[in-house]
Design a protein around this ligand. Sequence first.
Ligand code: 5AD
Ligand code: FES
Length: 358
Amino acid sequence: MKETAYKTQWKYLIDRLENEHDLTDEELKAVLLCDAPGFDEYISGKARKVREAYYGKDVYLRGLIEISNICRNNCYYCGIRSGNTNCERYRLSKEQILSCCDIGYELGFRTFVMQGGEDPFYTDELIVSIIRDIKDKYPDCAVTLSLGEFEKESYQKFFDAGADRYLLRHETADKAHYEMLHPAEMSFERRMQCLRDLKEIGYQVGCGMMVGSPYQTTEHLVEDLRFLQEFRPEMVGIGPFIPHHDTQFADHPAGTVDMTLRLLSVIRLILPDVLLPATTALGTIDPRGREKGILAGANVVMPNLSPSDVRGKYLLYDNKICTGDEAAECIRCMAMRIASVGYETVVARGDHAGFGTK
Ligand code: 5AD
Ligand code: FES
């Protein structure tokens, strides 16, 4: 092969990924590992072109309400795992959650994300009644849940009450790797079953993984990409692993900005119309991480809408940003950051292209 042909072979791989949304495992691995000069500019340029074809310059806002840091699980990487006795626990009442939505609506949010640990205080009935109240008051808003694993019947009840979307990261598509990150009580099969149940019910479903989680290999990431390609989620949440000092992974290195950005671009090319957030974790390991995420093909940001007095307690990892800000300040700051890279935060539900208003 001629020297020039060899040097530009990676461009051919990216072009094929853009056109066919697919590569072989070996090729995906080569894309993840390539260190050729110009590679990142080229792939992020393609990812932006694809995202702009579907979503223009719009960046969707999600108001994140962290409803509880009480969790029955003990994921080894997570700061709010049940075994962490140093974590100061809280949970929000229904009234507090609704008042976050009131503030959020005024600020222009049209999606509310209720995220929390697996806290048994929130019975199916309570969750249903919170969803109903939000939907009654704000019928033009989408409700996203991120509350962990439930039986299919419960997911169905939440959907029937009006929930539109569900975020449940798969964390890793490799069973053996899943078991290195979670205690024996947690099951890879159950996680995958939950994701299938959510899809069958009709939610817009989000899955995702941490980048650079302990023991993760490039092969694992290729498995994750293959899983995303087959499962076809409407949303994919990825962010770097960041160690939390009160976990057994305290001394493991954090994932890198560069690998996270590259994966955002690859995911955009595999699933062109996917809703892809530039996450808080990305903004935590790099002060301009979220802006860089948008430039790598992301089209969603999730500013924090939780009441200021609990923000500092929902700490999944160390040094989390935006823990001291009021919601209003956070959204202003976000709008400015997004505008600084030539994009625009919009007041819209921001559904996946394949879904309308329910
Ligand atoms: N670093 C980065 N992300 C984390 N999460 C949990 N703990 C950490 C950590 N230490 C992610 C998980 C979870 C999501 C809510 O936050 O992927 O699904
Ligand atoms: Fe929260 Fe900037 S986005 S303070």
